[in-house]
Design a protein around this ligand. Structure first.
Ligand code: DGL
Length: 272
């Protein structure tokens, strides 16, 4: 039996739209409800306890706004500390970004070293290290927190002298030879052209959006939860603050415009 319930996707703000874009491209028959916690972004500098509280709060709110068949955590910072808590609290499957990203980084088979670029929260959680080791990786792992990347992307400064000098500042710490670089924050795919230009070598760049969408497809098939093909696909966008800003910026992240009538301002409560 086809399942018409939507897939819930959430992030601290706009970055998760890069993951949603891949889900909508790979699974065009699936309805989606996206929640961007624009009132409380950024999460990357907050404590694990606060991020877990916000994550549970957002997930429960999403479930109260729409019947969902799956939850996608489109935020590395959340997934790195709250994946287990979310799966324990919810009766629907939870798909995160860390595990698919780590798998993609090792997909070529001859990877000897991996670099992880992420928020301070994701780096200090060591979630990527754990995921890579769990998949049997024994090579070198370098992690670099890049706290200025999110504000750069939020300001649309993805090229030019300021962005170049920030990218140089962070990437100079990476060793010369690195096989895969994981873009461990859903904002970072927008910086990819800049990052490629900054590094003199050509590693495999991992944008986990695609991998997450494939993991979602796989889960839906395994659990027999696919939507019927054809009509009735809905795309809702919920934000906790500044819906007009979301409407203006979302095309930059999603690659296509979002109709203002699909954007709703919601209250997810304070969380407890
Ligand atoms: N999108 C978040 C992530 O993937 C980072 C943004 C934030 O700091 O809230 O980690």
């Amino acid at each position: 039996m086809a399942d018409t319930r939507a897939i819930g996707v959430f992030d601290s703000g706009l970055g998760g739209l890069t993951v949603l874009s891949a889900i909508q491209r790979i699974l065009p028959n699936e309805s989606t409800v996206y929640l961007g916690d624009t009132a409380r972004v950024p999460y990357g500098t907050k404590s694990p306890q606060t991020v877990i509280r916000y994550a549970l709060n957002n997930a429960r709110a999403l479930l109260s706004f729409a019947p969902l068949k799956m939850l996608v955590v489109a935020c590395n910072t959340v997934d790195s500390v709250a994946h287990e808590a979310l799966q324990d609290a919810l009766s629907i499957p939870v798909v995160g970004v860390i595990e698919p990203g780590a798998r993609a980084a090792l997909s070529r088979g001859n990877t000897r070293s991996v670099a992880v670029l992420a928020t301070a929260g994701t780096v200090s959680s060591k979630a990527y290290e754990h995921a890579l080791r769990k998949q049997g990786f024994t090579g070198e792992i370098y992690s670099q927190a890049c706290p200025l990347f999110v504000p750069l992307v939020e300001e649309g400064l993805i090229a030019g002298p300021i962005a170049e000098s920030v990218a140089k500042h962070y990437l100079q710490h990476l060793p010369k030879q690195v096989d895969s670089v994981i873009l461990g924050c859903t904002h970072y795919p927008l910086l990819l052209p800049l990052l490629k230009n900054t590094l003199s070598t050509s590693p495999q760049w991992i944008d986990s959006g695609n991998e997450v969408a494939l993991a979602v497809k796989n889960e839906l098939e395994m659990r027999n939860l696919q939507a019927p093909s054809g009509e009735g696909v809905t795309r809702r966008y919920l934000v906790t603050d500044a819906p007009t800003r979301f409407e203006q910026l979302s095309e930059f992240y999603l690659g296509k415009p979002v109709s203002p009538r699909n954007v709703e301002l919601v209250d997810v409560g304070a969380g407890s």
